[in-house]
Ligand binder design. Structure first.
Ligand code: GUN
Length: 298
């Protein structure tokens, strides 16, 4: 096994730690100035293990930078009406700067109704139609954390996007669609030529092989193989899956990319875990601080 990989690892854990350090300094400064600490709340419905893990990680990261965190847990059979009431409560709670509703939600709940109910000024996930619209128009608002984290990681690794061909796999509202929009915009981390691929795309590998930057967010374990990428490409892996393994836990974590193959052909690659995931959390904390500062400015 352990032959040295040739790609440069884009260390999301280390980069996120730097961002969290910057946030921690700003939060400490607020407290020194007799302001309150920012407060992030999360609503978690049901007992999906992945969602439980994500929310615990967000909570832990918030505490680490001095952001107050509260988690509201509801059972799997919660009704939409009950969840909307919980959102109204957090919308009204002046001590809460921002909150998220962890997705996915149980099937009896309409996710669009839920997201539309969140006060856009507290929507630190950037999922509300108002924030999505602002992002499309390039206006200030909240940008969802994973796309923001991807862009930030590219920036901190000094990867130019201008004029590059970015291929995005997956058109979800949370990752694929927003990251395509951000990278195509007329901004310093944009100006890319973006191709958005999805389940109906034909000749996928032909397209992915033309990518200078390939963003993989399709939700299929180890889908992207070495034969699908151009040598030297930047490969960003958004996937996170448990697959069976002969180890103590009985599973291991992999992404949408077959790391063992692709890391010998790519120029840069994000590991899973330790790539995009920690960046998402860091950007969520950054948005929470931003929500707090905006509230106090207005
Ligand atoms: N589920 C998967 N990713 C996310 C995220 O970024 N925010 C929320 N609220 N739920 C998610």
């Amino acid at each position: 096994m352990s032959e040295k990989i040739t790609a440069i690892l884009m260390d999301g854990k280390k980069t996120a730690a730097k961002i969290k350090e910057e946030i921690k300094v700003q939060v400490a400064q607020l407290i020194d100035d007799h302001d309150e600490a920012p407060h992030l709340a999360a609503i978690l419905v049901g007992d999906d293990p992945a969602s439980q893990t994500y929310v615990s990680s967000k909570e832990k990261a918030a505490h680490g930078v001095g952001i107050i965190s509260s988690v509201y847990r509801y059972p799997e059979d919660t009704t939409e009406t009950e969840l909307l009431a919980a959102i109204d409560f957090l919308n009204e709670d002046e001590t809460v700067d921002g909150f998220i509703v962890q997705l996915p939600l149980p099937e009896q709940i309409n996710v669009d109704h839920v997201i539309a109910r969140i006060n856009p000024d507290k929507d630190v996930d950037g999922f509300h139609p108002m924030n999505m619209g602002k992002m499309v128009l390039g206006q200030p608002g909240f940008v969802s954390a994973t796309p923001a984290g991807i862009v930030e990681l590219l920036k901190r690794y000094k990867i130019e996007t201008e004029g590059k061909h970015v291929v995005v796999l997956g058109r979800s509202n949370i990752v694929g669609s927003p990251v395509s929009i951000l990278l195509a915009q007329k901004t310093s981390m944009g100006n890319a030529t973006v191709t958005l691929c999805h389940s109906k795309t034909q000749n996928l590998a032909e397209i992915t092989r033309t990518a200078d930057i390939l963003i993989c967010a399709i939700g299929q374990p180890q889908f992207v193989k070495a034969g699908m990428i151009k040598a030297g490409a930047v490969v960003i892996d958004v996937g996170i899956h448990r697959i069976p393994a002969k180890n103590e836990q009985g599973y291991r974590i992999v992404g949408d990319v077959d790391f063992n193959e692709v890391s010998f052909k790519a120029g840069y690659i994000t590991p899973v875990p330790g790539g995009v995931g920690p960046m998402t959390i860091a950007m969520l904390l950054k948005s929470t601080l931003e929500a707090h500062l905006r509230k106090h400015k207005s």
